[in-house]
Write a protein that binds this ligand. Structure first.
Ligand SMILES: Cc1cc2nc3c(=O)[nH]c(=O)nc-3n(C[C@H](O)[C@H](O)[C@H](O)COP(=O)(O)OP(=O)(O)OC[C@H]3O[C@@H](n4cnc5c(N)ncnc54)[C@H](O)[C@@H]3O)c2cc1C
Length: 434
């Protein structure tokens, strides 16, 4: 039985290990930290006395590889999927604006939803539709255009950018529209809006992220004969000719393997051996996400989530036991202390929601993920298309790999699955078999 070491137990590593362990490959997964899940995990917070995620994660129904992964590990029932795309946005006067598709046939339900989206003047809604049509017909942006440049070139008004495009761009790319590559954004929009109703719905986990992804994945891998070892950090990777021949960890040295899939972030791979991946010097800058979890004495929020207009806070998720308030591409807020952040958050929430008053707050927790995702600028995106391993028995996965997607759960799952597929092709010429 061929043996594969998987380095890293985030979503990409778990995906590679799950797919390989279904194919009669003996998998050993090595994870440096005392938990699985990488940048998507949950834990029981003793001070709040509830389970919280490191950051609210949402998925879309176009996350096909993720949904397949959840089905394989038996965790499909852990997600809530909207019947139709439905988003409630709010402004600072508390007014609500709805982007609601309904039972009508696709794409008419989306067209009607947009035409009714009265946060934006009607003529601007029509130009949003006309840009979506251009996307449908494959009119791609130039590789060196930023999202902002592309939107302006396509005659999108300030209000369409602010109240429609920018919200989607920051949410999916976690990067300011002045920096993010338009072509990647185009791919995201194409996936979400142009492939039928089945792709447009928002998906929210019903349980904590670790229970949702890691626990069942671990069970699945172990039931299929794999080993998961943590905490065990890989310190060095040695090469002999065209192959990797030794992996040195905090616990031992491994030489008895046929293949290695590394699923750790680019900055971590570089430290193990600078020559493993081409191109050697990727331009990867990172963007923070800040989440403020708030426990209330009384939770009167009726919707599962809300989008916020004109704020450095972007989304409020109502998780029953607590609210999770998210700021993406949060470079500016990142310089604030936790107390300053909380003060800013509470005073913003009071403007948006009449049902939010500071005397209802029991406790809160600020979680900053400073390197939440890489920034997909056009230099980074050009280099990503060239990423490959320099060694025969070594491959790379991770949300930063060449997936054509931004740094997301879907990108991570897909990268792990693709690495497993390439490995299976090397072994027997076939890809994965069900
Ligand atoms: C706050 C936040 C909110 C997010 N929101 C969303 C969202 O709403 N929707 C969405 O789709 N995506 C979201 N993302 C992005 C998503 O979480 C990531 O893209 C995805 O989890 C990355 O998975 P990965 O396996 O590629 O990398 P990682 O999660 O970084 O996993 C890499 C693993 O490798 C381990 N490791 C590192 N070095 C070594 C070593 N030397 N030896 C062994 N192990 C090592 C690490 O400990 C880690 O567990 C969010 C991310 C954050 C942080």
């Amino acid at each position: 039985m061929p043996k594969c070491l998987v380095i890293g137990g985030g979503i990409a590593g778990l995906s590679a290990a799950v797919h390989l362990s279904r194919q009669n490959i003996e998998v050993t997964l090595l994870e440096a930290s005392p938990k699985l899940g990488g940048r998507a995990y949950s834990y029981w917070d003793n001070s709040l006395n509830i389970e919280i995620d490191n950051g609210q994660h949402i998925m879309m129904s176009c996350y096909h590889d993720t949904i397949e992964f959840l089905k394989i590990i038996g965790a499909r029932e852990n997600i809530y999927v909207q019947d139709y795309l439905s988003i409630c946005y709010k402004d600072k006067s508390g007014k609500e604006y709805f982007l609601n598709a309904d039972k009508m046939f696709y794409p008419f339900n989306l067209i009607i939803a947009l035409l009714r989206f009265d946060a934006i003047p009607i003529l601007n809604r029509i130009s949003i539709l006309s840009l979506l049509v251009k996307i449908k017909f494959g009119k791609k942006p130039k590789a060196e255009q930023t999202v902002k440049e592309w939107l302006l070139a396509n005659k999108q008004s300030e209000s369409s950018i602010k109240y429609f495009w920018e919200i989607i761009a920051i949410g999916t790319l976690n990067t300011n529209i002045d920096d993010a590559q338009a072509l990647l954004f185009f791919n995201v929009l194409n996936e979400i809006f142009n492939k039928g109703n089945a792709n447009t719905k928002i998906i929210i986990p019903k349980i904590g992220l670790s229970r949702m992804y890691s626990d069942d994945a671990k069970k699945f891998i172990e039931l299929n004969g794999g080993n998961i070892l943590f905490p065990e950090r890989v310190l060095e990777i040695k090469t002999c000719g065209d192959n990797v021949c030794e992996v040195i960890t905090t616990q031992k040295s491994y030489t008895d393997f046929d293949f290695i899939i590394s699923s750790i972030p680019y900055f971590a791979v570089e430290k193990l051996n600078a020559n493993l991946v081409f191109p050697e010097e990727l331009m990867m800058n990172y963007s923070p996400i800040i989440t403020i979890h708030i426990v209330l004495r009384e939770n009167n929020f009726s919707k599962k989530f809300y989008g916020l207009f004109d704020s450095k806070l972007h989304w409020v998720f109502n998780n029953g036991t607590h609210l999770s308030v998210v700021s993406s591409a949060a470079d500016e807020l990142n310089s604030l202390t936790p107390d300053e952040l909380a003060e800013y958050t509470f005073s913003e929430l009071e403007k948006f929601f009449i049902i939010f008053q500071q005397d209802l707050i029991v406790d809160y927790k600020v979680i900053r993920e400073k390197r939440a995702t890489f920034k997909p600028g056009f230099k980074t995106e050009r280099q990503r298309t060239m990423i490959r391993s320099n060694y025969n028995n070594f491959d790379v996965a991770g949300d930063w790999a060449n997936t054509g997607l931004p740094a997301t759960i879907e990108g991570a799952v897909r990268s792990g699955k693709s690495a497993a597929e390439r490995l299976m092709k090397k072994i027997n010429g076939n890809s994965l078999v069900d």
